[in-house]
Ligand binder design. Structure first.
Ligand code: G4P
Length: 279
């Protein structure tokens, strides 16, 4: 299966980012901890040249804890400031302001030297769809923050969220679309649900999910479905289907229904904390 998805929003989103990048000191890039490589858009490195950079490994609750640490080390080694978070329950979000200070230390020092004292850091949140940008902004900014409205010199219509005296967020999250140079990237995006399921073959997808988990997380399938996982994937699917009552009138397996269950179990973490790629 070749997973590709090129929605027409891409050009618009890119232009929005290009238009605003000059106003920004810091780019906070949110990625999915289950696919910290495939959930990045390589264009961001070109767009964000000379800006301070933070990578937040979101949905870290769904990813393998040991892998989270390896990815954090990997991105730190590449020169990014990096932290794992769970935007849904807020874990790690409180550490973000400190990370912002570290990432923008030089900029703040330079401003001080020039006598610019009360200039807040301006940040833009970017990420591909569904990585948790809105959830993060809600957890981070909370209800207490105020929108400061249009400012002189700022592109008309753009609003800034005043987090505190030191930080403002551009309230339009930069939505980027992943590049699919590599088929495996498309497959992993489909696995975590970052692609429109309606364009996917869910039966193939469920097959690939089970295959990856069987090869990389032995015992996880057995634990979830209480079946012997030491058999071919198609037999595993049939057993799960029978156990879960995914049967058609003629007693044949209803693969469509079954695939939905498997995909959903994986995406919501019911098969355990699973990371799909390593640095
Ligand atoms: P986006 O703006 O980047 O497109 O993503 P959004 O915040 O809409 O989040 C997409 C989905 O991911 C939401 O689930 C959200 O709850 C979930 N999510 C975000 N951060 C985390 C996290 O750290 N851990 C986990 N487990 N989930 C997270 P949804 O099913 O679309 O909505 P809801 O039913 O949760 O409200």
């Amino acid at each position: 299966m070749d997973y590709q998805w090129y929605p027409g929003h891409m050009t618009k989103a890119r232009r929005m980012m290009e238009d605003n990048i000059k106003l920004i000191d810091l780019i906070i890039e949110i990625i999915d901890a289950r696919i910290p490589y495939s959930s990045r858009n390589p264009d961001i490195d070109t767009l964000a040249k000379n800006k301070s950079r933070i990578i937040l490994l979101n949905k870290s609750d769904l990813a393998d804890e040991a892998c989270n640490q390896q990815w954090i080390d990997y991105y730190k080694n590449m020169g990014f400031y990096c932290l794992k978070i769970n935007a849904k329950n807020g874990l790690g979000v409180k550490q973000v302001p400190q990370l912002i200070n570290e990432a923008c230390k030089d900029k703040i020092e330079r401003n001080k030297a020039k006598g610019i004292l009360n200039r807040p850091v301006r940040a833009m949140i970017v990420g591909i769809p569904n990585v948790g940008k809105s959830t993060f902004i809600n957890a981070f900014a909370g209800k207490a923050c105020t929108k400061t409205g249009n400012k002189p010199g700022v592109t008309k219509g753009k609003q800034w969220i005043h987090i505190n005296k030191n930080l403002e967020l551009l309230d339009t999250p930069g939505i980027l679309w992943p590049k699919f140079d590599d088929k495996a990237v498309g497959l992993r995006l489909a696995m975590i649900g970052s692609m429109n399921d309606q364009i996917l073959n869910l039966e193939d997808l469920a097959f690939e999910i089970l295959k990856y988990i069987k090869d990389n997380y032995p015992g996880a399938i057995q634990m979830r479905y209480e079946i012997d996982e030491n058999q071919e994937i198609i037999q595993i699917m049939d057993e799960i289907g029978a156990k879960r009552g995914c049967l058609k009138k003629n007693a044949l397996i209803d693969y469509e229904k079954l695939s939905g269950i498997i995909t959903d179990d994986f995406r919501s973490g019911r098969m355990g904390r699973i990371t799909l790629e390593m640095p």
